[in-house]
Ligand binder design. Structure first.
Ligand code: GLN
Length: 196
């Protein structure tokens, strides 16, 4: 039986993740309500704008339930804005009342828009632990990771900063594999969920 993976569909590039997950062999569904969140085996948080997504998580009353599910071991993958939200601490989170809010899926400190202060967007081929050839990584106003806890594995770096990390069954990338045709990162996540 295929694994059922939700894509948080409040804001951001939901469609690209749904397509990538389907191609990686998962049953991909959108998640906007609590009942939908509770029905999935794993969750993807897309790229987009972490401050807007945080606000909408509050409006849709998903913020605390999602924190609780992650604490209880819900497997998750976040790209870019999704990585920011999966952090336990966010630097440059935005203005109070409209800031990006950490969900605490990975014990790490992430700096929002970190690369964006230097150059808005760039692309780079990255060595990625577990994949035998480099991944073509697309960065758009991307975060980087400034601190990782002892349980966190760094899978890829760019400019000396971790940009792909994993803790247990939670994965995060600063870049957007959903925007390229390469499905290996999504396939890695599906394998993490199924325990392959
Ligand atoms: N800078 C965005 C944020 O703060 C992330 C950009 C992206 O997801 N491409 O959420």
């Amino acid at each position: 039986m295929s694994v059922r993976v939700g894509v948080l569909a409040l804001q951001g590039d939901t469609r690209e993740h749904l397509a990538a997950l389907t191609e990686a062999g998962a049953e991909a569904v959108t998640v906007r309500r609590l009942t939908e969140l509770q029905s999935v085996d794993a969750l993807v948080i897309p790229g987009g704008e972490s401050t807007a997504m945080s606000h909408l998580l509050g409006e849709f009353e998903l913020l605390e339930p999602l924190r609780g599910l992650l604490r209880d071991g819900l497997p998750a993958y976040g790209s870019c804005a999704g990585m920011i939200l999966l952090a336990s601490e966010i630097l440059d989170a935005g203005v109070p009342g409209r800031a990006a809010l950490p969900l605490g899926g990975i014990d790490m400190t992430v700096r929002r828009n970190a690369f964006g202060r230097q150059v808005d967007s760039f692309e780079e081929d990255l060595t990625f632990t577990g994949l035998d050839t480099p991944v073509h990584a697309v960065f758009i106003r991307a975060p980087w990771v400034e601190r990782v806890g002892p349980a966190v594995q760094v899978l890829a770096t760019a400019g000396g900063h971790p940009v792909a990390v994993r803790q247990g069954q939670v994965l995060a990338t600063s870049f957007h594999p959903e925007m390229t045709g390469d499905r290996r990162v999504h396939a890695l996540f599906v394998d993490m969920v199924t325990g392959r």
